[in-house]
Design a protein around this ligand. Structure first.
Ligand SMILES: [Zn+2]
Length: 88
């Protein structure tokens, strides 16, 4: 049985941290959730693309807009995110 390590409401989320997965960079940039959907398509440090290799979907735009949309209905539903503790 796993224990709950951390749980928080999506409505409490106000900062997103993007961690570049270019091994030569691994730069970290923080954004207000209200700013995530504003064209974060590449690493601000090395220019590594955050876009999928094919297609035109902009995942970070979609995530930013989804977070704001769900936060906008918190008087109707709260979304709680839970990170389980997988330690024995
Ligand atoms: Zn980078």
């Amino acid at each position: 049985m796993s224990r709950r390590l951390l749980a928080f409401l999506l409505s409490e989320l106000d900062t997103i941290r993007l961690i570049c997965q270019n091994p030569a960079c691994n730069g970290i940039a923080e954004f207000a959730t209200t700013k995530l959907a504003l064209g974060n398509h590449q690493c601000r440090f090395c220019g590594f693309s955050f876009m999928p290799p094919t297609g035109t979907m902009t995942p970070l735009d979609v995530l930013g807009k989804a977070i704001l949309a769900v936060q906008g209905i918190k008087d109707r539903v709260e979304v709680e995110l839970i990170i389980p503790d997988k330690a024995p």
